[in-house]
Design a protein around this ligand. Structure first.
Ligand code: NAP
Length: 230
């Protein structure tokens, strides 16, 4: 075996969990860091720590640099979601500060395929404004990103989120679908049909875990309002 390393993975994605499993199986000492956004995160191989690194007068970058040094890590891997920009910036800066070996695992954005009807937009606000009047929309964005859509009382939103909301949602007409997206196209298709969805709003996060809804939309000829990565 190559030399045993002490590795911190910034996670919160399926890819990060897969990587943790691989690196643990290869004999490394692996800790995965989660932001703490979901109440019951799925277990990952190795150790887990939860929560941001800022506090006690230290910024997120400084806090992460301290954590890495104090705990003797030899490698930092950023395998966070492509839309998690802040933690990725902090990771790069913390690696510079500490001189620790650093890798950033990115996912390629999805590319439009024959049969896809995408309305490509640059922001959540543009996505909201692109929804036609009286549409029935699957909002597949995660709970942190849905607020801009509350200013569309003409639209019925089917909102998918992992955990139930802590406070009532400010939508005129909505239903909740709790849980993670299915990776099965047939299940995503059935969901779209059951709710009479006319449009999907999502972000182009790439990867395979959330792609089934795109394939389901293609099969049903439904338009996808796709927020791009900047
Ligand atoms: P973000 O905007 O880039 O980060 C905001 C702050 O959250 C960071 O400054 C950091 O706080 C803390 N943080 C983020 N990721 C962390 C991690 N892995 N470990 C410890 N602290 C972390 O991040 P976000 O978009 O809120 O995403 C949060 C997490 O959810 C990420 O780990 C990401 O992989 C996962 N996730 C995000 C999305 C998404 O749509 N953005 C989707 C699926 C999963 P401090 O500054 O205090 O250190």
């Amino acid at each position: 075996m190559a030399e045993r390393e002490k590795i911190l993975i910034l996670g919160g994605t399926r890819e990060a969990a897969n990587l943790a499993a691989e690196l643990v199986a290869a004999g490394h000492d692996v800790t995965t860091s989660l932001a703490g956004r979901t109440a019951e995160p799925e277990p990952v191989a190795g150790k887990t720590r939860i929560g941001g690194f800022s506090g006690n007068g230290r910024s997120g970058t400084e806090g992460l640099a301290d954590w890495l040094t104090e705990n003797g890590f030899t490698r930092l891997i950023d395998a966070t979601h492509p839309f998690a920009k802040q933690i990725s910036e902090n990771a790069e800066a913390a690696a510079r500060l500490t001189g620790i070996a650093f890798e950033h695992h990115t996912r390629k954005p999805w590319q439009q395929q024959p049969g896809d009807t995408w309305i490509e937009v640059a922001s959540l606000e543009e996505a909201r404004d692109a929804i036609p009047a009286n549409a029935r929309v699957l909002l597949a964005l995660g709970s942190q990103h849905i607020t801009p859509f509350a200013t569309r009382p003409d639209v019925h939103f089917v909102i998918r989120m992992v955990d139930p909301p802590a406070i009532p949602l400010p939508f005129a007409s909505h239903e909740l679908v709790l849980g993670k997206p299915s990776s099965m196209v047939a299940e995503e298709k059935a969901l779209l049909q059951r709710h009479g969805i006319t449009h999907i709003v999502c972000r182009n996060s790439g990867g395979s875990g959330a792609y089934a809804k795109i394939e389901a939309a293609r099969a049903l000829g439904l338009p996808v309002i796709m927020v791009g990565q900047d």
